[in-house]
Design a binder for this molecule. Sequence first.
Ligand SMILES: C[S@@+](CC[C@H](N)C(=O)[O-])C[C@H]1O[C@@H](n2cnc3c(N)ncnc32)[C@H](O)[C@@H]1O
Length: 334
Amino acid sequence: MMNDEWIEDIASGYRQAQVLLTAVRLGVFSKLGEHALSAEELAQRIQCSLRGTRILCDALAALGLLVKEKDAYRNTELGVRLLVDSGAESRNPMMLHNALLYERWAGLIDAVRAGGKTTPLPDRQTAADKHAFARAMAVAARETADKTAALLNLSRASKLLDVGGGPGMYALAFAGRNPQLIVSILDDAGTLAVAEENIKHAGLESRINCVAGNVLDAAITGKYDFIFISNVIHCYSSEQNRRIVNRCRAMLEPGGRLCLKDFFVEPSRTAPEWNAVFAVNMLLGTENGDCYTLDEAERWLRDAGFGRFQRVQITKRDAMIIGSMLRQEQCAAD
Ligand SMILES: C[S@@+](CC[C@H](N)C(=O)[O-])C[C@H]1O[C@@H](n2cnc3c(N)ncnc32)[C@H](O)[C@@H]1O
């Protein structure tokens, strides 16, 4: 409910975010690992001032992100799992991505005035940046990919294309659950380097292949019976998304299905809250991107000749719509 404290919490939320993101960037959680260290010891290991380290760590402890006992700091159990670089469940690639986005968010006033991004972005220019972004996407997809694969019936599909498949987490989940399936991931070459690492690690090189290209304009060949597009349409305008849908249609076998998965918003565009705020991220980071409604996505699909729509809620933030390609006479009757 709206009151003074609630407004103040929103207004100062950047402080908590910066305390956490700065600690990850400095390696506070990773240097602590499973040990307890005094402020002096930790300051030395992260090569920072004693005063800065002490104040930062006290704030981390106040937020519940570290534990302070006598004069020593240690990680929480959750911190060891999620915030230490070497942990199998480390979320740090996503934290570093958020730290980078933070710089972009400082320019929100200019983006709102101009209606889009106003300066070249500091991220995603070099191969190393693409690598870092793909690793962050892998963290984001960790739980959602398997949930999505569990909700899609791919038992009759033999060739699936994952457009903008990034680090390949969805491709891995689809291939893992459907032993008959051959999966192709379409993305740019820099991003696919991360997918290739993940595919190799899973030993699925014989069933998942990578194709470098841009779905909007590359000459893409091949026919598929299922095309999956996750978290790509929010980068583009409605017109560009219609083009993507039409290009995908041309790559589908008769009766094939196209799935658009994204952070969809309700018709009012004000919920879910996280998705409505994510749309601001697209205002800052893209020329024309946005969060769309499922009705809008259905219209793009319907106008391209799809029917028999199925809407599936995956998590609070993620939903998908699946359309089947109709034959000409079905289109007319639909
Ligand atoms: C936000 S990431 C999503 C990655 C993955 N699909 C997921 O949901 O985790 C968007 C991905 O789409 C790729 N992408 C964006 N536009 C594309 C295009 N026009 N053609 C091919 N890939 C594209 C980006 O390189 C990036 O890897």
